[in-house]
Every structure is written in structure tokens, then in C-alpha cells.
Design a protein around this ligand. Structure first.
Ligand code: ADP
Ligand code: G6P
Length: 464
């Protein structure tokens, strides 16, 4: 089978569950791309998320899924190693120490080759191929070498680091040349595109001209395309009876009138979960907040749990939650509800609708879709968003209570200001954020990227 539009990402939109069935894959990349792919009638090349899984290609929700199997060694070296212990921390300001190993790099190279081969097999002559994220930075050039007829776009979902940081990477030249294999390289923020072009000048002696650079007889464009969410889909879900039931249940279970602070993240050290909990604990200790007046619900999806830095984070977070609940809780009333679980979209929506303050405090984040999901959910124009300055979302949502998560006092100030703000101030802020989001949804993001790539035109979104 050959397709005119092919998405390539480390993960398929669905993930193999323990019982052998399928669930939605974790993370913002899949949340954003899944509604686009569903409307495109194209193919998606990626991993099923299960070690050694050899599932044959299959159709899912109108998309042809082409699995790329990963052996235990690939998972260890390419996925947990090079992708998530070297590149992920380095591209997030090195908030954890990146680890460099030669056999991880070799595996990254080999797996990227297999992704390029699988893509070359399913792409029709002249097809548009859209490659995603840091796990697959070599694929654009590998694919171009095999299939010069294709139109190739690449989008990086995470930040692109400043030149000095990127220069630490062994294999830095290969990664840069890998990306230059694309016709269009998209980033979340303009600064990231600038970092990339500066790097191209520094490492290869190329001369960028504005947002383009001439490379091997082609023009490569680097530009920001801030990703977003399915706003209409979120608005439809708000009135779903399952969501409303879940919201009622939450209110009953929490008992009455405590105000709710909410955190929703993958359990990742970039998300500032520890800093958020520390600030909350200090507010309780100082008496600025009382446990019978507020509660923090922290939902943390298990993520990359075989990587040591993630295990250590889990231990630290759980210890701190235990300490705070021990010190400030009472029988039947704990100040932190910590759920190390993934929840359904309906349950998440009910949480967003119930939260007085959504607390999003990453130390660094390419975008952060949770912040946007919260705003989209609040059709009632209620609620407040506390948002780290170091997320891509902060540039688009200046009406949030912006905070520096490295400064615990500033976090405390932001949370307190959000809790004390008047309803009319909150409504004005939420209204402005919602207006921005409605005009900048994920459909617009995908269209503007694909228009700039000059390839396939997506059909109008299907009403559901
Ligand atoms: P990242 O891509 O780094 O995980 P984002 O905030 O951009 O961060 O996207 C996270 C996505 O995962 C969002 O769509 C969010 O709804 C979803 N998500 C986060 N935590 C959970 C959870 N505990 N259960 C279900 N979905 C979650
Ligand atoms: C972030 C990354 C994605 C990744 C997701 C989940 O959103 O940008 O590329 O898929 O996290 O992480 P995981 O390692 O479980 O795929």
C-alpha cells in the first residue's frame, strides 16, 4: 500500500496495553497529531510501545498504522538511552545531566535507518512525509537519500537548545545534517528556529538568509509553528454526560467547598512537579493555606520508568507527598491527592472543570498542552491558570499567572494570587486566553505547517 501523506513518529497513536488491547499513547505529540491524522486518510509509521512487539500493519480510525518493532536492545539503547537519557535532558536546558554512550548512538542511527526504510515503503511517489520529534532527527536525510521525490517536513515538539549546549553532543554534525534533509524544519518557538540556523552556520559554514538556508542544491526553511489542541473537540466533551457525572462524583468525594489546585503531567523531571509540591507545602506550613480549605490533586502519568532519573524523581515526589500529608493531613482529609496513573480524556476533562487553579510549572517545556487543554475546557470562563514562563505556552497565554518555577517564593506568589483574584479578573483573563486558543487550534497548526511545506492539502475537519 502507498500513501500520499505519511506521519512518522517514534510512537503510533495507540499503545499496546498489558492485556494485549490498545490504549491511546501517552504525551502531547499524540494528543495533538491524532485528530489530524484521523482526518487525513494517510499512514502513520511508529512503534507500538511494547518491547519486541511484531504486530503487522493495520488500519485504525481510518489511518494505516505501520509498526516499527523495537527489540529489548533497541528500547534500552535507542529509546531509553540516546533519545531519553542524552537528547531529552540536553534539549531541556540539561536540567538533569545528559548521559553519552557510543553504543546508544549506534543504536539511534540503526533505528532511525529502519524508520526511514519503513517510511520509504509506504510513501507514494511525490508523497508528503511529516517526521516528528527528537527520537528521529536522522530520518529526514536518510529518507531523502532513498526517496528524493518526497516532500519532507520535520517538526520538533521539544525546545531546540542554544548552540553552546548542542555543541556538547557527540554526533552533533550528523544530527544537524539529518535535520537539514527536510525541506521545512518546524519548531515551537522562533528562538528555537534561530538557534537551529545559528547552529547550521557554526557547524557547517552555511549562510542562513532570514529563515532559509541553501543546502546541497535545495532550500531548507526553519520556522516556528506553535502546536495546539483540538479546541472544538474539547468543547464538545465539556457537555458529555460522562464528564458531568465524573465531575459530580469528584465534588462528592472531595466533600464540599475545598478549593482545588490541580497538576496533570507525565511524571517527568522537566515538569517542575517537585517545585510545585514544595511551594504548596510551604504555603501550608506558613498557614497561608489551610488543609481544610484547599486540596492539591496531582495526576502523574507513569513515564519512561526504566530510566534511573525517572525512578529517582518518583521516589522524591512520593516521599514529599507523604511528608506533607503526614504533617498537615487528618483522618479523611489529606492535603495532596497524588495519583500515579493515566486517566481517560473524560476524567481529565472533569478534573479541569473542577479545578479552581491549574498549576503548570515546568522548568522547561516546548509547549505544554495541558495548559491549553485547561483553558479550552473552561467554557464557563471560570478557573485560573498558573503557568511557568519557561513553557512555549507562556508566550501565547500572557493572561495566565506567570511564574518562575526555580523561585519557590515566586511560585507561592503565583498560586496565592490566583486563589485571591476576583471572579471578574479571572473571567477577563480566561476570556482572552480562550479567544486566542479558538483562533489557534491544532487544525490551524497542521495546515500552516503543511501549507508552508507546499505539499498535501488537508480536507476540512470532519464534524463529529
Ligand atoms: P508532554 O508531551 O511532555 O507529555 P504536554 O503537556 O504537551 O506534555 O502533553 C501531555 C498530554 O498528555 C496532554 O494531552 C495530557 O492531557 C495528557 N496527560 C498528561 N497526564 C495525563 C494523565 N495522568 N492521564 C491521561 N492523560 C494525561
Ligand atoms: C513528549 C515527546 C513525545 C513523546 C511523549 C511521551 O510529548 O515530545 O515525543 O512521545 O513525550 O513520551 P514517551 O517516551 O512515552 O513516548
Amino acid at each position: 500500500m502507498e500513501y500520499r501523506f505519511v506521519v512518522v513518529a517514534n510512537r503510533l497513536p495507540v499503545d499496546r496495553a498489558d492485556d494485549g488491547g490498545w490504549t491511546r499513547s501517552p504525551g502531547g505529540l499524540v494528543s495533538a497529531l491524532e485528530p489530524i491524522a484521523r482526518n487525513s486518510g494517510g499512514a502513520w509509521v511508529g512503534w507500538t510501545g511494547a518491547v519486541g512487539d511484531e504486530t503487522a500493519p493495520f488500519d485504525h480510525d481510518g489511518v494505516y498504522l505501520r509498526p516499527v518493532p523495537l527489540s529489548p536492545e533497541d528500547v534500552d539503547r535507542y529509546y531509553e538511552g540516546a533519545s531519553n537519557s542524552t537528547i531529552w535532558p540536553l534539549f531541556h536546558d540539561a536540567v538533569e545531566q545528559p548521559v553519552h554512550k557510543r553504543d546508544w548512538r549506534r543504536s539511534y542511527d540503526a533505528v532511525n535507518r529502519r524508520f526511514a526504510e519503513a517510511t520509504a515503503e509506504v510513501a507514494a511517489e511525490g508523497a508528503t512525509v511529516w517526521i516528528h520529534d527528537y527520537q528521529l532527527m536522522l530520518v529526514p536525510a536518510l529518507l531523502r537519500a532513498a526517496r528524493p521525490d518526497l516532500r519532507i517536513g520535520f517538526f520538533l515538539h521539544i525546545p531546540f537548545p542554544p548552540v553552546e549546549l548542542f555543541m556538547q553532543l557527540p554526533g552533533r554534525g550528523d544530527l544537524l545534517r539529518g535535520l537539514l534533509g527536510a525541506d521545512l524544519v518546524g519548531f515551537q518557538r522562533p528562538l528555537a528556529a534561530e538557534n537551529f540556523l545559528q547552529l547550521a552556520a557554526r557547524l557547517t559554514g552555511l549562510h542562513p538568509d532570514g529563515e532559509t538556508v541553501a543546502y546541497e542544491g535545495r532550500t531548507v526553511t526553519a520556522r516556528a509553528f506553535p502546536i495546539s489542541i483540538d479546541v472544538a473537540g474539547s468543547e464538545r466533551m465539556t457537555s458529555d454526560p460522562a464528564v458531568l457525572r465524573e465531575r459530580e462524583r469528584l465534588q462528592e468525594d472531595l466533600g464540599g467547598d475545598r478549593r482545588i489546585l490541580l497538576g496533570v503531567d507525565r511524571l517527568d523531571y522537566t515538569k517542575g512537579i517537585e517545585q510545585r509540591i514544595e511551594a504548596y507545602g510551604e504555603l501550608l506550613a506558613e498557614g497561608a493555606l489551610a488543609a481544610d480549605e484547599v486540596v492539591l490533586i496531582q495526576l502523574a502519568t507513569p513515564s519512561r520508568m526504566r530510566v534511573a532519573q525517572y525512578q529517582q524523581l518518583r521516589e522524591r515526589v512520593e516521599r514529599e507527598v507523604g511528608r506533607i500529608n503526614g504533617e498537615f493531613g487528618d483522618v479523611g482529609r489529606v492535603p495532596v491527592h497524588y495519583l500515579f496513573q493515566s486517566r481517560s480524556p473524560e476524567e481529565l476533562q472533569a478534573l479541569y472543570l473542577s479545578a479552581d487553579v491549574m498549576v503548570v510549572t515546568p522548568l522547561r517545556d516546548g509547549m505544554n498542552l495541558v495548559a491549553k487543554e485547561y483553558v479550552a475546557a473552561r467554557q464557563d470562563e471560570g478557573g485560573a491558570l498558573v503557568l511557568s514562563e519557561f513553557t512555549g505556552a507562556a508566550a501565547e497565554l500572557p493572561d495566565a499567572f506567570l511564574v518562575n518555577p526555580y523561585d519557590v517564593d515566586d511560585l507561592k506568589r503565583g498560586i496565592t494570587a490566583a486563589l485571591r483574584a476576583t471572579p471578574s479578573d479571572l473571567r477577563d483573563r480566561m476570556r482572552r486566553m480562550r479567544t486566542h486558543l479558538r483562533e489557534h487550534d491544532v487544525d490551524r497548526w497542521a495546515r500552516s505547517f503543511l501549507d508552508a511545506l507546499g505539499g498535501i492539502k488537508l480536507d476540512p475537519p470532519c464534524p463529529q
